[in-house]
Design a protein around this ligand. Structure first.
Ligand code: UDP
Length: 243
């Protein structure tokens, strides 16, 4: 079921439902892509029709971040829980390892995807590494040669927003792999960027932890109050209509 939040249509799913839906897409082997949309992505999509189209055409649009959930609540809409890429992807990899499936890592600075691949191979025995490519290549010939040869089941696209969503939309149909835009997740898998401790994550404070570790992220954090204000405005306008 789709739930519209500030113009963007989200799939109102729990983590377990999102995992099952993503696994069904992987099993189908028909390509497609998943967007995990945070407040930054939501705001950018409102301002750029091409970007909006890339997100709206995704097979799944998942609510990444407490900001989106709060905005939904203000609007009186139901999104069951936060489904971030950094929580969803490890679950998928565990299942894929059990089935001997393969994953390709595309994105991040040179060396990061290779280091992430080593870590993931150790962490998920049985998972097949189909290859890696850094996210700063100009020519994608080699990348596509590798993807066509290896035919991975899953392609993690770590180019950051909006580049990764635009890339996935432009390349839908070119690969049978399910694509997921994962932002800085390869930097986390490789160990270059630390993940917030479990307790912080459980309390929805990962954003705070990451901002303390990488203060340059503060601009993103400020998008959170921005979408709450937009949601409140829309709610007030809407209740005005009804009165
Ligand atoms: N990146 C990339 N190519 C680019 C721009 C960014 O591979 O042209 C990578 C960057 O190295 C980082 C990721 O995309 O690994 C973006 O990380 P960020 O923390 O900005 O994403 P978030 O997780 O916040 O969406």
């Amino acid at each position: 079921m789709k739930t519209e939040i500030l113009g963007l249509r989200f799939d109102a799913m729990t983590m377990a439902q999102a995992q099952a839906a993503a696994e069904a897409l992987i099993d189908a082997g028909a390509g497609g892509y998943i967007v995990t949309a945070n407040p930054e992505i939501l705001l950018a999509a409102r301002e750029d029709p091409a970007y909006f189209g890339a997100i709206d055409a995704a097979d799944l649009v998942l609510a990444d971040g407490v900001g989106v959930l709060h905005a939904a609540r203000i609007l009186g809409k139901a999104l069951p829980e936060r489904v971030s890429g950094s929580d969803l992807v490890p679950r998928l990899l565990r299942e894929m390892a059990a089935k001997g499936r393969s994953v390709f890592l595309y994105g991040a600075k040179p060396g990061v995807a290779d280091r992430a691949a080593h870590v993931l191979e150790k962490e998920y025995p049985g998972l097949r590494m189909a290859g890696t490519e850094n996210g700063y290549i100009r020519d994608e010939t080699e990348l596509w040669r590798a993807l066509d040869r290896e035919q991975p089941d899953l392609l993690l696209v770590a180019l950051g927003a909006p580049k990764q969503e635009l890339w996935m939309a432009a390349n839908r149909g070119r690969t049978k792999a399910l694509m997921i835009g994962v932002g800085g997740l390869l930097d986390v898998f490789s160990g270059d960027v630390p993940r917030a401790p479990e307790a912080w994550r459980r309390s929805g404070l990962e954003w705070l932890y990451r901002t303390i570790k990488q203060p340059q992220r503060i601009r993103r954090v400020l998008k959170l109050p921005q979408i709450l204000v937009l949601a409140a405005k829309e709610h007030i306008l809407h209740s005005g209509d009804k009165a």
